[in-house]
Design a protein around this ligand. Structure first.
Ligand SMILES: NC(=O)C1=CN([C@@H]2O[C@H](COP(=O)(O)OP(=O)(O)OC[C@H]3O[C@@H](n4cnc5c(N)ncnc54)[C@H](OP(=O)(O)O)[C@@H]3O)[C@@H](O)[C@H]2O)C=CC1
Ligand SMILES: O=C(O)[C@@H]1CCC=N1
Length: 273
């Protein structure tokens, strides 16, 4: 099957971005379906592409090959129990992009034999440059994995993990990660202002530096240590700054922060199950 029937439950930010990416990569709009109780969200979707829209989740799921749950975690239990019968009848793969909702919870709500892929995307997916970790349960076939790859791959890179628990590490790294870079850039801007730059100039220089550094790391064959070495003249300014970071334990701070994020992801999954 070249183009599956794909149904989105929830037509918010993430669904719109993924649908935009899918249509751009050749998925026919008439094989995309979306349900949402909020008519304006469906209207916004139709401005992106002439997809089929529904105010009833069950109607949207009937006949679907893939169902993408793009609603907030808080409404997931109700949404899943509401579509369970239709999803089972269609034999659909169910993909969840909600943080903290486990496969065990979804199987309980959707039926034990449901093929489920659980993902952790990140907000740069809204620009088509996301990074998504995915985990599949045993019921997921190779063809269904390929569907999930194509769908999340429409908004960035995708990486499969072998254990569901690894999604907590993915959450700590790439799920929450954009915020770490924002915090680092905020700090650089404030420091630049403290040294006498005006805020607009400091902001432009910091953001362009972040973009340039990320592109160099992505587009070069050399590793991060070597890239850093090339900026760091012996006895120069970068060495002075890096030694200050190392002396104040930057690496340990990052380790501790990501451990806190992963621990919180684990707790949230228990709270929401
Ligand atoms: N790792 C990360 O950083 C990210 C994770 N995510 C995950 O993606 C999911 C979606 O996020 P996002 O797109 O930003 O959320 P949005 O709030 O933009 O979209 C969710 C949509 O679902 C609709 N909705 C609410 N209840 C139902 C229902 N019963 N049936 C169908 N639709 C319903 C909402 O309508 P209404 O507005 O009327 O309530 C809204 O339009 C979340 O679970 C989030 O955790 C998303 C982005 C990044
Ligand atoms: O902060 C959070 O809990 C969610 C999960 C990853 C990004 N945002």
């Amino acid at each position: 099957m070249e183009h599956p029937q794909i149904t989105f439950i929830g037509a918010g930010n993430m669904a719109s971005s993924i649908i935009g990416g899918l249509v751009e990569s050749g998925q026919p709009a008439d094989r995309i379906h979306a349900a949402d109780p909020f008519p304006q969200s469906l209207e916004r979707l139709r401005e992106i592409a002439p997809v089929n829209t529904y105010d009833d989740n069950t109607a949207a799921v009937t006949g679907a090959d893939v169902v993408i749950l793009a609603v907030k975690p808080q409404v997931m239990a109700d949404v899943c129990t509401g579509i369970a019968e239709a999803a089972q009848a269609s034999g659909a793969l169910v993909i969840s992009i909600a943080a903290g909702i486990t496969i065990a919870s979804m199987r309980r709500w959707l039926g034990e034999r449901t093929a489920i892929v659980r993902c952790m995307p990140n907000t740069p997916a809204l620009l088509g440059c996301g990074a998504t970790g995915l985990y599949a349960n045993e019921q997921v076939s190779q063809q269904q994995r390929d569907f999930a790859d194509t769908i999340l791959g429409a908004v960035g890179i995708v990486r499969w993990v072998e254990r569901e628990a690894d999604l907590d590490a993915v959450t700590a790294l790439s799920g929450s990660g954009p915020a770490y870079f924002f915090l680092f850039m905020e700090s650089m801007i404030d420091a630049g202002v403290a040294q006498g730059l005006d805020r607009d100039t400091a902001t432009e220089l910091a953001l362009q530096t972040g973009l340039g550094a990320a592109r160099m790391a992505l587009e070069n064959d050399v590793d991060l240590v070597e890239l850093r070495r090339r900026v760091t003249s012996p006895g120069g300014t970068t060495q002075a700054a890096v030694e200050s970071f190392e002396a104040r334990g930057l690496r340990q701070q990052v380790t501790d922060a990501m451990a806190a994020a992963a621990a919180r992801a684990e707790t949230m999954a228990k709270e929401m199950g």
